[in-house]
Design a protein around this ligand. Structure first.
Ligand code: NAD
Length: 503
């Protein structure tokens, strides 16, 4: 990083906050500060938007040929490969992930840059020719960059979520201001440094580190911002949509989830099937301590299987090795903050108060850091808060069903609709259930994988719009219809007036 506290990048210059304010970045594994960043404010944000505006209106990036834009994204991918270890460990420390998760995140970020580079490079740049029904008309639909994009990202996958916005925004020819989560801004600052190293024109990429209710809110309402793409929680996302409404900017929201993992007994008819479904249910719920928007936090299991499944799941959950992400043998890191830990504890207490049965976890381990034991809550029902609201912690609830219809009804009984899975050995049932699930991603006999080529996003309150895939690029584009008349003549709609003038 350029220098401590100079984490705001405006129009080619790294600087501290105009107010001089700073924020300590906390290592969640031991609750100590390990970095200091600039705490930007409204004026820093306005400066960054002005730089992005100037770079869009008069700079070279929006006018750079697509092949050169794609080449730059590929150079960024190369730099990510070069710095994989450094960025992976930074992400691990900042967000409380295992080192391996940090490394995998960097690989996934690379994949996003390469995917969008290929997507634009392989497009037919001439636009879509429309048959206007006449030889005298040439009609073509083209795509253009939207303009200045405000990109607001969360703390759970700081770099990955940034890349799902930055890569398509740049591929489409936009300029941007990014505001990372105030809790985990470090890897985003490094990514902007890599963009500059790769040769991105100054002003095209700007970053303001700072809080959501000042920097984020200002970006969302700013009249010179053309698009705001937000990933985060439902409460902040609703505020962003409201703030963006007055200036009628494009809004993309990637919000939370309360994701069902539906297990039919037939998936567990063999020892291997049982082992796989249990193992993946653990992974679905507890990877990154459940701080995943698509976490499989609702296990919906066929009643006849419940006791065997939950007993094994709870036994294995109790053996998950918690610790600092860089330590040997650690399988799961801490929660990201004291607030997230307190929130998790509160949800567990409320569930137990409503009659849930604790089968694993339900406590902090001894020692420093924001750790919480992977927790399994049995005998849950759809009216409990812990079943309806996103905990964003290592808490798995268990519900049961008797029939396929009941399983589908439970899985769809959420205001969210981000992702869900069905486990079954019956191919027809798999297809039937997948078709009925009201979620943006449905896994059959799997949980969590995504593909850069396939759209990611949610139904219902999980958001508006899609990231990744061709739609993830389309979000960052305006569509323009160019209609050319090859033989223009008067239309004479107002023919009477013409005749009177002539008379
Ligand atoms: P958050 O909503 O608290 O914060 C997200 C970002 O918004 C941060 O940068 C924050 O500073 C900013 N922000 C907060 N208030 C704002 C405001 N009024 N105006 C503008 N910006 C504001 O979310 P979080 O706690 O950082 O992240 C966790 C949430 O993100 C979870 O709900 C999770 O499900 C969601 N998430 C969704 C996806 C997805 O793909 N759908 C991916 C990752 C995380």
């Amino acid at each position: 990083m350029t220098a401590a506290q100079q984490t705001i990048h405006v129009g080619g210059e790294w600087r501290a906050a105009l107010s001089g304010a700073t924020r300590e970045i906390i290592d969640p594994a031991d609750a100590t500060a390990f970095a200091l960043v600039a705490e930007g404010g409204v004026q820093d944000t306005d400066d960054a938007v002005a730089a992005a505006r100037a770079a869009f209106d008069a700079g070279s990036w929006p006018r750079t040929p697509v092949a050169e834009r794609a080449a730059l994204l590929r150079r960024v991918a190369d730099l990510l490969k070069r710095d994989r270890e450094l960025i992976g460990s930074l992400e691990s420390q900042d967000a409380g992930k295992t080192l391996e998760e940090g490394r995998v995140d960097v690989d996934c970020v690379r994949d996003a840059f390469l995917y969008f580079a290929d997507l634009v490079a392989n497009e037919d740049g001439g636009g879509r020719v429309v048959d206007a029904g006449s030889d005298e008309i040439r009609s073509v639909v083209v795509h253009e960059p939207v303009g200045v994009c405000a990109l607001i990202t969360p703390w759970n996958y700081p770099l990955l979520q940034a890349s799902w916005k930055i890569a398509p925004a740049l591929a489409a020819g936009n300029t941007f201001v990014i505001k990372p989560s105030e809790i985990t801004p470090l890897s985003t600052v490094v990514l902007v440094e890599l963009l500059l190293e790769a040769g991105l024109p100054l002003g095209a990429a700007n970053v303001v580190t700072g809080p959501g209710d000042t920097v984020g809110a200002r970006l969302a309402e700013h009249p010179d911002v053309d698009l705001v793409s937000f990933t985060g929680g439902l409460v902040s996302g609703t505020k962003v949509a409201r703030a963006a409404a007055d200036s009628v900017k494009k809004v993309a929201l990637e919000l939370g989830g309360k994701n069902p993992n539906v297990v039919f007994a037939d998936a567990c008819a063999t020892p291997e099937g049982f082992d796989t479904a249990v193992d993946q249910a653990l992974n679905a719920a507890f990877i990154h301590s459940g701080q995943v928007c698509s976490a499989g936090s609702r296990l919906i299991v066929e009643a006849s299987l419940r006791e065997r499944f939950v007993a094994e799941l709870s036994r294995r959950a109790a053996h998950i090795r918690l610790g600092r992400g860089t330590d040997e043998g650690v399988e799961c890191g801490p929660l990201v903050s004291a607030a997230q830990l307190a929130r998790t504890e509160e949800y567990v207490a409320s569930a137990l108060g409503e009659g849930a049965v604790l089968r694993a976890g339900g406590e902090r381990p001894a020692g420093a850091g924001y750790f919480y034991r992977p927790t399994v809550l049995d005998r849950c029902h759809r009216r409990m808060r812990v079943v309806r609201e996103e905990v964003f912690g290592p808490v798995l609830t268990v519900e049961t069903f008797e029939t396929e219809d009941e399983a589908v009804a439970l899985a769809n009984d959420t205001e969210f609709g981000l992702a869900g899975a069905v486990w079954t050995a019956d191919e027809d049932r798999a297809q039937r259930v997948a078709a009925r699930l009201r979620h943006g991603t449905v896994w059959i006999n799997d949980f969590h994988p995504y593909l850069p080529q396939a759209e990611w996003g949610g139904f219902g309150k999980s958001g508006i719009g899609r990231e990744l895939g061709p739609s993830g690029l389309a979000e960052y584009r305006e569509t323009k219809h160019i209609y050319r008349n090859l033989a223009p003549r008067p239309v004479r709609w107002f023919a009477g007036e013409t005749q009177k003038d002539q008379a």
